[in-house]
Design a protein around this ligand. Structure first.
Ligand code: SF4
Length: 364
């Protein structure tokens, strides 16, 4: 193991299982001492997961791009009268899931815009039809922002929305919509969106209802290093209370075709600072996920040495990141397996609750 000098005090804490504080987090996230960041993050990742690299074989369905909001970082949303606007029928969604399941997909990930004409019954039917057609698939769907929107449309408490969707087949909640918790930054990039408090409250309710969820952080736009650390600290606090989060998923801002297109893409250094800091600060999160389609492919082997144990899904049909010019070219199932092995890691297929899937198929 490489020597850690600058961060000797922090590494001592990490090795002894002593919790890092926000000040430690700030030193880490600002540091250009990548060898030491990597050594420490990799130490924690190896302690938790050895050489495992988790992934899901998944289909991503974006049921509509029509959205009442217009977040400045979003290249996906369209207004109802746009020629590019769409909303999928439940029949079409079922067809896509059947087709994906025939190719071995076990995981369905569904998120979309906030469409004022789609009622809760549409989402309930969507889940029921998927579960009826393919009972074995796990459905992770609807961000906290979407759940809040459905509750307001139906004029019911969000607890009722969560309960009804679970009853219809919801198996987990994705981490989207968290963006960055700082009120200052939120006001600049997504002013009318639910507040950080509401996002956290909804995840707490999801956990109390018995589901697990993930947590994202959108970085690389107007936020400061302090605000990134604050975001992680707020997630860690809720995780202490509920234990309901599975993965932390940092998302590098993709500027193309957004109102913030003048901003540069994140550098590899920033991406690695965020990943290593997350792995070290979020001591109560089991998994750090780097979605392979959000960063340059060349960075992924390095990310796997900076705390990442999960590369997300094969995600065919993903449109949100593509709309903003995400860099990853895409992997087939076999390519992703081969890629993980080339990175000297062991590919482990899971669903979004990290239940291992037909592992025998992965043995070479
Ligand atoms: S990020 Fe989500 S809520 Fe915001 S405009 Fe895009 S689809 Fe709508």
């Amino acid at each position: 193991m490489e020597t850690v000098r600058e961060f000797k005090d922090i590494f001592e804490k990490v090795k002894a299982g002593v919790r890092l504080d926000a000040e430690d987090g700030l030193r880490l996230i600002r540091s250009h001492n990548l060898p030491e960041l990597g050594t420490m993050a990799n130490f924690v990742k190896r302690r938790l997961h050895g050489r495992k690299a988790h992934f899901t074989h998944s289909i991503n369905i974006n049921h509509t791009n029509i959205c009442v909001l217009a977040c400045k970082f979003c290249a996906f949303a369209k207004k109802k009268n746009s020629s590019e606007a769409y909303a999928l029928s439940v029949d079409e969604i079922e067809r896509r899931v059947r087709q994906a399941a025939a190719h071995g997909v076990w995981e369905v990930h569904i998120v979309g815009g906030l469409h004022a004409d789609l009622r809760l019954s549409y989402y309930e039917e969507m889940l029921r039809r998927i579960k009826k057609a393919c009972p074995g698939v796990l459905i992770q769907a609807f961000t906290a922002v979407e759940l809040d929107f459905y509750a307001r449309l139906e004029r019911v408490f969000v607890e009722e929305v969560i309960e009804r969707l679970i009853d219809a087949g919801l198996g987990g909640v994705p981490g989207g919509g968290a963006e960055i918790f700082s009120e200052r930054a939120r006001a600049l990039i997504c002013a009318p969106k639910v507040s950080a408090e509401r996002w956290l409250q909804i995840h707490k309710l999801v956990h109390q209802a018995g589901l697990r969820s993930n947590a994202t952080m959108l970085y690389g736009h107007v936020e400061t290093p302090e605000e990134r650390v604050d975001h992680m600290m707020r997630l860690r606090k809720l995780q202490d209370e509920t234990g309901g989060f599975l993965a932390f998923v940092p998302l590098a801002f993709q500027p193309d075709h957004t109102e913030l297109a003048h901003l540069p893409r994140t550098s590899g250094v920033t991406d690695l600072q965020v990943l290593a800091t997350a792995r070290l600060l979020l001591d109560n999160f089991s998994h750090i996920r780097q979605l392979w389609n959000y960063v340059d492919e060349k960075l992924i082997p390095v990310a796997l040495e900076f705390g990442v144990d999960d590369l997300g899904g094969t995600n065919f049909d993903e449109t949100i990141a593509k709309a903003a010019g995400a860099q990853g070219r895409g992997f087939t199932y076999e390519e992703l397996l081969g890629f993980i092995r080339q990175c000297d890691c062991e590919p482990v297929e899971v669903n979004s609750t990290y239940t291992e899937i037909h592992k025998e198929c992965l043995v070479v």
